[in-house]
Unconditional design. Structure first.
Length: 210
C-alpha cells in the first residue's frame, strides 16, 4: 500500500530545502530554489501516471514505446505562495492546464477565507495537483480541496514543501482520498500558526514583502 503522506528523502531535495530555510537566502535565490524543488518533486508526484503502448518511427526503424495515457493533468496553486511552485511543475508537464484558488488565513481565527477561484472548464476530467509551499494548520489546504471536489474533480494530489503534524492530520482527516507529497514534516505549529522550524512566511520570502 502506498505511504500517505509521501516524504521525499532525496539528497538534492533535502539540500535545497536547507538553503530555502536559511534566513540569509534572499528573494531571488528563494524563488529559484522553490522552482527547482517543485521540479524535482514533480518527478515523483507523476510517477504513477498511466501509460500506453504507441508506435513511432525512429531514424532507424519503426518501434513500439510508451506514452502517457489516461486523464489530462491540471495544476492548481493556492494564491499567492503556491504560484512559486507552478513553473517548476510545468517544466515537467508543460501541457497541464493551470487554475488558481485564492485563500488566506484570517490572522485572528486562522480560518481560511476565499477570495478567488478559477479552474479549468474540464476540471472533472483531469488529475489535479494542488500546490502550496506550507501545510500549516491544514485549514486552507482542506478548504481548497473541498472547492475542487465541488467542481467535480475526483483525482487530487496535494504537494507542499514543508508540513507539520497538525496540517497533515487535518488534511488526511478531511480528505483521506487525497495523496499528499512533502519534502519535510517539521515539529509543530507555534502560537501564531507558523511551522517550527519552518522557513517563515513563504509568500513574503518569495516576493520580498512583509
Amino acid at each position: 500500500m502506498r505511504q500517505n503522506p509521501v516524504v521525499f528523502d532525496h539528497p538534492l531535495i533535502q539540500h535545497k530545502l536547507s538553503l530555502l530555510r536559511d534566513k540569509q537566502t534572499g528573494s531571488k535565490e528563494f524563488r529559484e530554489l522553490v522552482e527547482e524543488l517543485s521540479m524535482l518533486m514533480a518527478y515523483e508526484v507523476t510517477r504513477n501516471l498511466p501509460t500506453k503502448e504507441i508506435e513511432i518511427e525512429t531514424p532507424i526503424c519503426k518501434t513500439k514505446t510508451r506514452a502517457i495515457s489516461g486523464k489530462k493533468l491540471g495544476i492548481i496553486p493556492i494564491l499567492r505562495a503556491g504560484l512559486g511552485m507552478v513553473d517548476g511543475m510545468l517544466r515537467i508537464v508543460p501541457t497541464a492546464r493551470v487554475g488558481h484558488i485564492g485563500l488566506y488565513r484570517d490572522p485572528d481565527t486562522l480560518n481560511p477565507v476565499e477570495y478567488y477561484c478559477k479552474l479549468p472548464s474540464d476540471v472533472s476530467e483531469r488529475d489535479l495537483i494542488v500546490l502550496d509551499p506550507m501545510l500549516a494548520t491544514g485549514g486552507t489546504a482542506s478548504e481548497a480541496v473541498s472547492y475542487i471536489k465541488k467542481a467535480g474533480c475526483t483525482s487530487i494530489k496535494f504537494v507542499s514543501l514543508i508540513a507539520c503534524p497538525e496540517g497533515v492530520s487535518r488534511l488526511m482527516k478531511d480528505h483521506p482520498d487525497v495523496e499528499l507529497y512533502v519534502a519535510a514534516i517539521d515539529e509543530r505549529l507555534n502560537e501564531h500558526g507558523y511551522i517550527v522550524p519552518g522557513l517563515g512566511d513563504a509568500g513574503d520570502r518569495l516576493y520580498g514583502t512583509k
